[in-house]
Design a protein around this ligand. Structure first.
Ligand code: CS2
Length: 494
């Protein structure tokens, strides 16, 4: 294709045939939803569901996107240049690609530039839902105690500078304070992160912050704000230059930041909305009374399965998840972990046939078009492992069940950190706890064999469980002596 078109509102009607575009008048759409943390995942998931709803003419719920962090400046730039539009490319191995331009994010505010505008937006009477994808670490929960980490630097900043907050808790507190003072109705705060009981965790963290910052507000929040739990699912890799090139060459669209994702999509939400909600069920969202079993299943199988493939895959030198799962040893390891450990602590889930769910997961991981990055999966493992994996190990320890596959994941994580920075290892660990992780992992080689497991903020009291410690020591020693391939083969033969 020789001519290319820059994506923006004026050019929408000039896009080539075969590209789906919003069929609604975006200038007339109200922002009933404020969404904090507009990354690729939100753009492939909630914004897509909402776009479908707007296309069906069902309700007037647009999204006002918020970038809270300095790192969101690049997204701000893309949204400003493209009037909030972007292209979603759903990559199905069996179907022809049909890009879709998403229009549901009708506004984007960059908080560091204008905190007041963001607070006012959240307090706007038009806004009835504030949804969040702020990552597992964004809730500032101490994994060892489950409590809010009040000593965190930006939390301390917010307590002393309530008008110029940096954290989500500071923003929500100011906005809700305005809503109460202005005698406005409450709203729903909808967490969409991979945390079990995400709504409850979000509420607990916010209330803990408020008890320090605005104790008088707590009662009002308890009465007027709802925090539904939800389970969200769609694998969405980091956008690569070749994704942009693909869109440009095949479809003639110049998009600063398109999103690619897999065909699978699921959103299960507890139907508990304080001030109305979109009719998302008409585009496939499931509203249920109890989300817990779905969340648990997804986090303990898919997310933990991802960490298993990612952390072992790094030791092989694989770059993408489809590569890892094509290795028959890793595919068997994944299945054994799911069947012999994770599944045993799930219980029954209504309407779900677990064997089929697991088969489907393996298929999703194998999608060769997705090229989901091992580096994405392993990033911020310090926030993921305590939520995705350690609860399974704990529950299996309590019931006297197998822990060897889960423990291998922990040992593999430590082994990667030991190797980081050495000449045999070219990967850079991306983790906000990186220094401490690397230091403790390296110290475990010669000084204190348990120094890694003694990181209490991650492992809590697991280091006091004899069976876990013995299994871990055996695995880490094997990983130091043998290639990962040998270690896994031996484990699978046991
Ligand atoms: C991944 C998730 O970040 C991770 O480790 O497991 O981003 C995963 O791809 C999504 O939760 C899929 O819904």
């Amino acid at each position: 294709m020789s001519e290319t078109i820059k994506l923006n509102a004026n050019n929408l009607e000039h896009l080539p045939e075969g590209v789906m575009v919003p069929n609604y008048n975006r200038t007339k759409i109200k922002t009933g939803i404020v969404h904090v943390g507009v990354g690729n995942f939100h753009r492939a998931h909630q914004a897509f569901y909402t776009d479908q709803l707007l296309c069906k003419g069902k309700g007037n719920w647009g999204i006002s996107g918020i970038g809270l962090l300095n790192e969101d400046r690049k997204m701000y730039h893309a949204f400003t240049r493209q009037d909030g539009l972007y292209t979603l490319m759903v990559l199905d191995p069996d179907e022809k690609l049909r890009p879709r331009v998403i229009g549901s994010i009708v506004e984007y505010l960059f908080a560091p530039e204008n905190p007041d505008r963001v607070i006012e937006k959240m307090a706007d009477p038009e806004v009835r839902i504030i949804s969040l994808t702020i990552t597992e670490g964004g809730y500032n929960q101490d994994p060892a105690t489950g409590e809010f980490n009040m000593s965190e630097k930006s939390v301390q900043w917010d307590l002393h500078h309530p008008d110029q907050p940096q954290t989500i808790f500071g923003y929500l507190t100011q906005a809700l304070k305005h809503r109460r003072e202005r005698k406005m109705p409450g709203l729903t705060i909808l967490s969409c992160d991979n945390i079990q009981h995400n709504g409850e965790v979000c509420k607990k963290m916010l209330i803990s912050y408020m008890k320090e910052a605005e104790p008088n507000l707590v009662n009002w929040v308890e009465q007027h704000i709802s925090f539904p739990n939800s389970m969200v699912d769609r694998i969405t890799p980091v956008t690569t230059p070749s994704d942009k090139e693909h869109l440009k060459v095949q479809f003639g669209i110049e998009d600063l930041w398109p999103v690619v994702c897999e065909p699978f999509i699921q959103w299960v939400i507890e139907d508990n909305f304080a001030n109305g909600r979109p009719e998302w069920e008409s585009v496939g969202v499931q509203f249920v009374e109890e989300v817990d079993p779905y969340e648990k299943m997804k986090i303990r199988l898919l997310n933990a399965g991802h960490s298993l493939l990612g952390l072992t895959g790094l030791l092989y030198g694989y770059r993408t998840i489809d590569e890892t799962v094509r290795n028959p040893l890793l595919a068997s390891l994944l299945r054994e972990f799911m069947d012999k450990e994770a599944t045993l602590v799930l219980g029954k889930i209504e309407g779900i046939e677990l064997e089929g769910y697991k088969d489907n997961l393996v298929q999703r991981f194998s999608n060769t078009k997705i090229k989901d990055q091992v580096s994405r999966i392993c990033a911020e493992s310090s926030a993921k492992i305590p939520k995705f994996l350690l609860p399974t190990i704990r529950e299996q320890l309590d019931r006297g069940g197998s822990i060897q596959f889960g423990t291998l994941i922990v040992a593999t994580w430590c082994r990667n950190l030991e190797l980081a920075g050495t000449s045999d290892y070219s990967i850079e660990i991306q983790d906000s706890m990186r220094n401490e992780l690397e230091q403790k992992a390296k110290a475990s080689v010669n000084d204190d064999p348990l120094s890694f497991l003694r990181i209490e903020a991650i492992f809590g009291n697991l280091v006091h469980y004899r069976r876990f410690v013995d299994t871990y020591l055996q695995m880490i020693n094997e990983l130091r002596r043998h290639h990962i391939d040998e270690v896994i083969s031996k484990l699978l033969r046991r």
